[in-house]
Design a protein around this ligand. Structure first.
Ligand SMILES: [Zn+2]
Length: 478
């Protein structure tokens, strides 16, 4: 355990692998540190960083706790998902990202992101029942472990238990994590273990060279050090065809364009690929069968002899693909017949140039990508009243509270609102105060009648934990 070195306000040690948000939560609850409470509150309001494992820039947390839990880089390595999130980056890039998350001023971080909706929200509220029991037994408090904050993890990497949500801020994450059957369960456990293993191994360098070496050994890399995309794609998609418990991960694993973007991002010096597709790539490199010798392309000393039939074949395939996808633009055509395009580009470039669709500038380069249908369905079909709490005054329905409960950032919340309720101003969402108040007053009335208590407006307001004016304004009760 990381034991606090000084500062009398901080009393309790941190658990190994506990997230910084969880440590901040513990310090806020058990000490008089106003600074930590403010950081935590602001962090949750703005959307915690690194999937909920970090409430603010590391420097601010160290200042607020007088570095009682280690220096900035120790905290980043041991108590956040930094290692996981930078697992595809080169060392120089990773150092720049680390410096940015420790000392940065602007609100945006440098971690790679997936498309809106596919990207996970706040995962601080997720727990493994076994780990939670262990933490309660040993340290007597709730602990959020970074392993459970890893995007799309639905099961504990150590116990295999399905994660539960005991904190309102991860409502969307738990809505999208569904039990679906044995195949899904086994994939989910394997994903959790692979992702956690990457997080632990990260200190030895980026993981892509290892994946590439394995693919090369199995024959998926040409003599020119290029990946045999066609062959690898078929094996990759077939390996993950069963799907995962998190519908977003299923979408990611079956959407080859996202995986291809990740592969292209690996070599870039200015940005890194997102980590979750890398987990799948490493898994695939381990598990897929080697290419059979007969399926690899024959290499002849006489290139001219094999070139001619290949030339005819590739030209024919390219034209056939263009005919089938009559409405596709030149980039889409290239994606759908990448192998032919690559071959023709290398061997028959002039013919290819003559047979390309005319280039046209995109109308809007920043076009909005569609939100995943799984996310929209999970929200529109959700019937849980996320504002119903056991203690204290229940918060009223508001867009802000709903956003925090779903663990979304402002941008995604607005997109979801527009998609589900077109025409409604996002600031007005969910605009259901009347429904919410009358439902709570009705519940209070029923309870009062059962218990034989008075049902005047003052007693009912108290019972419903609402102000008298609120009940009068938003319900029919007078
Ligand atoms: Zn566990």
């Amino acid at each position: 355990m990381t034991t606090p070195t000084h500062d009398a306000r901080v009393q309790f040690p941190a658990w190994p692998g506990e997230s910084v948000t969880s440590i901040a939560d513990m310090v806020a609850r058990t000490s008089a540190s106003r600074a930590v409470r403010t950081l935590l509150r602001r962090g949750i309001r703005r959307g915690a960083l690194l999937y909920g494992s970090l409430p603010c820039r590391v420097q601010h947390f160290c200042e607020a706790t007088s570095s009682a839990y280690g220096d900035e880089y120790d905290l980043l390595e041991s108590h956040t998902l930094h290692r996981f999130a930078t697992s595809g980056m080169r060392v120089a890039m990773e150092e720049r990202v680390a410096e940015n998350i420790v000392f940065g001023k602007v609100s945006r971080t440098m971690y790679p992101r997936l498309l809106p909706g596919l990207e996970c929200g706040n995962r601080f509220g997720l727990q493994c029942p076994e780990c939670a029991y262990e933490a309660a037994r040993v340290v007597g408090r709730r602990i959020s472990h970074v392993a459970h904050c890893i995007p799309y993890v639905t099961r504990c990497p150590w116990h295999g238990c399905k994660l539960i949500c005991d904190c309102e801020c991860s409502a969307l994450e738990i809505l999208l994590s569904q039990r679906r059957g044995k195949a899904y369960e086994s994939n989910a456990i394997q994903y959790a273990r692979s992702a956690w293993s990457i997080n632990q191994r990260r200190s030895v360098g980026p993981i892509w060279p290892g994946i590439f070496a394995q693919l090369k050994e199995k024959g998926y890399v040409t003599s020119r050090e290029k990946l045999r995309i066609q062959e690898f794609r078929a094996k990759f998609l077939s390996l993950f065809s069963a799907g995962f418990e998190d519908a977003r991960l299923t979408q990611l694993a079956t959407d080859w364009s996202a995986i291809e973007r990740c592969i292209h991002g690996v070599g870039r010096p200015d940005r890194g690929p997102p980590a979750s597709p890398l987990v799948l790539l490493e898994w695939a490199a381990n598990d897929i069968e080697p290419i059979r010798p007969s399926s690899s392309r024959p290499r002849s000393n006489s290139a001219a002899l094999v070139k001619r039939p290949e030339l005819v074949l590739n030209r024919r395939q390219w034209l056939k693909n263009a005919e089938t996808n009559a409405s596709a633009n030149r980039t889409e055509l290239r994606r759908t017949a990448l192998a032919e395009w690559l071959w023709l580009y290398k061997n028959d470039r002039q013919w290819l140039q003559e047979n390309l669709r005319p280039a046209c500038a995109p109308v809007n380069r920043r076009r909005l990508h569609e939100l995943p249908q799984s996310v929209l369905s999970a929200i529109s079909q959700n019937t849980v009243d996320m504002r119903d709490r056991a203690g204290g005054r229940e918060p009223l329905s508001s867009a802000y509270q709903l956003r925090l409960a779903y663990g979304m950032n402002d941008y995604l919340f607005d997109r979801v609102t527009r998609a589900l309720c077109p025409g409604i101003n996002p600031a007005q969402r969910p605009a259901a105060r009347e429904v919410f108040v009358s439902r709570r007053v009705q519940r209070a009335t029923e309870r009062s009648m059962i218990e034989g208590l008075q049902t005047d407006i003052t007693s009912l307001s108290k019972k419903a934990r609402l102000r008298v004016e609120t009940v009068r304004k938003f319900s029919n009760f007078r």
